[in-house]
Write a protein that binds this ligand. Sequence first.
Ligand SMILES: C[S@@+](CC[C@H](N)C(=O)[O-])C[C@H]1O[C@@H](n2cnc3c(N)ncnc32)[C@H](O)[C@@H]1O
Length: 324
Amino acid sequence: MSDSISGSLELTNEWDRYWKGSASANAYSAGGSKHPVLQQFWRELFMSSLSEYPHGRMIDLCGGAGAVLSAAEGLSVSEGTELISLDISVSALELVVENYPYVKTIAADAAHIPLKSETMDVVSSQFGIEYAGEQAMAEIARLPRKGGKLALVLHHSDGLIQQECAASADAIARLIDSDLIPMARDMFEKGYAMLRGGGSNDFHSAARAINPVYRSLEPIMDDHGVQVAGETISTLYNRIAEIQKNLPRYEETEVVDWLEAMASELPAYADRMVSMCQSAQSPEQFKSFCTHLSEMNYQIQQAHPQQVADTTLPLAWMLVAERS
Ligand SMILES: C[S@@+](CC[C@H](N)C(=O)[O-])C[C@H]1O[C@@H](n2cnc3c(N)ncnc32)[C@H](O)[C@@H]1O
């Protein structure tokens, strides 16, 4: 299938960077896109859809590395069934091709899907379409043919994932504001200069200056837990202390490259966390989308927040609707 990119280059790059860096990693650590409840939801959807539409066309929008389509693995897919993954990130689609060679891919902005209306049997999206804005929410509703289905898992405002992303965004913003990373780099460079025979004063005064900044990570971990932001804060906290204590054991380039990579990746990571929070659907937005679908002759089969064990916070909005 031909690739066509019509999305904004900046957006493409941001997601592309994510997929290049994280390979097939989960989008979120707590209860993310591979949560067993969600896997079960998609498994059941594919089991029923593959028999209901034996030669069907199924498209997963904003599919990332294929978390949704992976639920179809091992199920008997009759010849003629088309599984398609659409995403704005070419790197994400490369992972899909690598892992699920039978899946076709389309690189496109979900707000401008290059497909004719009423040509799909199943249209799915998990934590994806809501990133592409209101236009994309309207765009997807035109794709299912009569008798076809729309199955969506959407971010829930005030939900588990939203809470995790808000905490991560706050933690990373505080880390960036603290200037710890450039200060650590400066201190270590002075330490290596000292090891090469230079004086020790510069290193010791840099170490004194960094101490309160280093300690400022402690309240971040107190507020959000050591797991926050994929353990970025706790890893920095532990590694900086370890390297400082045992400087000769580490190569200077290894230390500097690590800090440089952190410094360049953190702003994009924080932006992604913020964009997740912004894309999360409030009860009003979800209700109004359901009303929009009903007006387009969809029969709503499921529309509810998904609860999971050990928390009162919902994981996601679940929506299944059939076009009549
Ligand atoms: C949080 S990830 C979810 C990926 C996958 N659905 C999953 O459950 O793991 C969001 C996905 O939406 C894609 N995306 C963001 N904005 C998009 C847009 N405007 N058009 C198409 N894809 C987009 C990203 O590249 C990313 O793969």
